[in-house]
Design a protein around this ligand. Structure first.
Ligand SMILES: N[C@@H](CCC(=O)N[C@@H](CS)C(=O)NCC(=O)O)C(=O)O
Length: 204
């Protein structure tokens, strides 16, 4: 689904890995994601869903999909076992503290999810607290884990790239902004709007 941050991070991973992929738009406005046909493939009734045609596997949960892709493609998994564990920590932290708040604030501001003002306030406070953690970690380092880009960076970029739509002022986080620029300079990098159209698309 074109507006979906979790879908974007999977698409970004595939793009950065140089893997062509078909993109199938799920019409969430019409509740397609809650129909039995879709639920039989994606038990949580959410996007994204990755279908690996090489082996017929169906995978849910964007962070788990990134781990799967890094394992199967042998890319962005971290240079050592410790880096791999650290990347996983960042991804678990992300959905707990950063993505939950940023995506909720964005959904409220875009009118996708109506909510009381206190909910927006709560989400902004939580999102800013998480951005501060990110900012402090990125001071003096180029990537979240080790010396190169990993699935932790791809995962978290897929949140931070949408933060301004949620009303967050990234100008307050210069190290995060510099890290975003490094992400955007990677070969094959593409924005959400370039990767996710509002209709289905077969691999180029
Ligand atoms: N933790 C999940 C979150 C996925 C998610 O929240 N997707 C949203 C769209 S961005 C969705 O499908 N919402 C519909 C619903 O949860 O019923 C992931 O990372 O894949």
């Amino acid at each position: 689904m074109a507006l979906s941050g979790p879908t974007y991070r999977v698409a970004l991973m595939l793009a950065l890995a140089g893997e062509p992929f078909d993109y199938v738009h799920v019409n969430m406005m019409q509740g397609e994601h809650k129909q039995p046909a879709y639920l039989s493939k994606q038990r949580y009734g959410q996007v994204p869903l990755l279908i690996d045609r090489n082996n017929g596997r169906h995978l849910c949960q964007s962070a788990a999909i990134l781990e799967y892709l890094s394992d199967t493609l042998g890319k962005f998994g971290g240079a050592t076992l410790d880096e791999r564990f650290q990347a996983r920590e960042w991804m678990y932290w992300d959905f707990d503290r950063l993505a939950s708040n940023v995506y909720r604030a964005r959904a409220i501001r875009l009118g996708i999810r109506p909510a009381a003002p206190e909910v927006l306030e709560f989400s902004m406070a939580g999102g800013n607290a998480a951005l501060k953690v990110l900012e402090e970690h990125l001071a003096g380092r180029d990537w979240l884990v080790g010396e190169g880009v990993s699935i932790a960076d791809i995962d978290i970029y897929g949140v931070v790239a949408l933060a301004e739509e949620g009303g967050f002022d990234l100008g307050a986080y210069p190290h995060v902004l510099a890290w975003m620029k490094r992400m955007e300079a990677l070969p094959h990098f593409a924005s959400r709007t370039a990767l996710l159209p509002m209709e289905s698309r077969v691999a180029a």
